[in-house]
Design a binder for this molecule. Structure first.
Ligand code: ATP
Ligand code: MG
Length: 252
């Protein structure tokens, strides 16, 4: 059965696209087939995170009837398929939830997961991606502005009947000023799926246009993302320290 999960946040810039590219990579490591869809058609950047900003055929071409869906699906070396959106203003076009549902309907059965990278905010674009999916993962930072917006997107998910799987708390620095994980759970009244620490390796990976799980699988952030993926597929995963990761790689 294909699970259709939108990665949403409310607030912008909290780490949705980073999570989509890395969760897709992590799920592939658990032998799951994944299609990562750029549902952020107005400010598309999944392709930029993945090092292929200029895909020749994109979601916009499919939506406008100029291309077939199959021609807009690309295999990424990190182990998953991408349905990218176009970054050019010339092709600016949003999708409504019915159009997205039509696309998902055609993809269902051909993969284990469809991960949708949502636009920020509570505008039509973000809400369409939310309505078209069966499940949602909320991404937030452990700070009040992001949490307030996460609360709103959670309420909208409830309205659409989209099951809120839980929250990923990104950019955790473990300072005394930020919300603790139990406080986030309490504030949003949603289970914590996992956390991703603040990790400078993520900015390095983004600048190299690679998922951090490709750039540095032994990093703390990569290990936490593997744990989140494990939770999604119901498997056990013990985060490995950098030393044991190296040792394991060497033994293999
Ligand atoms: N855990 C982290 N540690 C350090 N930097 C991070 C982390 N997560 C994300 N970032 C940085 O934050 C930037 C923004 O992340 P990202 O593009 O994934 O956010 P977004 O929610 O998709 O933004 P938008 O709402 O604009 O689509 C990334 O380019 C990356 O450099
Ligand atoms: Mg994004």
């Amino acid at each position: 059965m294909t699970r259709i999960i939108t990665i949403a946040s409310g607030k912008g810039g909290v780490g949705k696209t980073t999570l989509v590219s890395n969760l897709a990579t992590a799920l592939a490591k658990f032998n799951k087939s994944v299609i990562a869809v750029d549902g952020n058609l107005s400010t598309a950047n999944l392709g930029i995170h993945l090092g292929i900003p200029l895909y020749p055929v994109t979601l916009q071409d499919v939506l406008s009837g100029d291309a077939r869906l199959n021609d807009a699906l690309y295999y990424h070396p990190a182990g998953f398929t991408v349905l990218p959106a176009d970054i050019s203003l010339k092709k600016l076009r949003l999708a409504n939830s019915h159009e997205l549902v039509d696309i998902f309907y055609k993809l269902v059965g051909g993969c284990d997961f469809i991960l949708v990278d949502s636009a920020a905010g509570l505008g039509k674009e973000a809400l369409s991606a939310l309505e078209a999916a069966d499940e949602m993962i909320t991404v937030t930072n452990p700070e009040l502005p992001a949490l307030t917006d996460a609360l709103k997107i959670g309420n909208m998910a409830e309205k659409y009947g989209t099951h809120n799987l839980g929250v990923v708390v990104n950019r955790v620095k473990d300072t005394k000023h930020e919300f603790s994980l139990p406080a986030v759970e309490n504030f949003l009244d949603t289970p914590i799926l996992g956390k991703v620490p603040e990790d400078h390796e993520i900015s390095k990976a983004v600048s190299r246009k690679q998922p951090i799980l490709v750039h540095k699988p032994s990093s703390k952030a990569s290990q936490h993302i593997m744990s989140i993926a494990a939770r999604l597929v119901g498997e056990d995963y013990k985060p490995r320290s950098q030393v044991s990761h190296k040792l394991f790689g060497w033994l293999k």
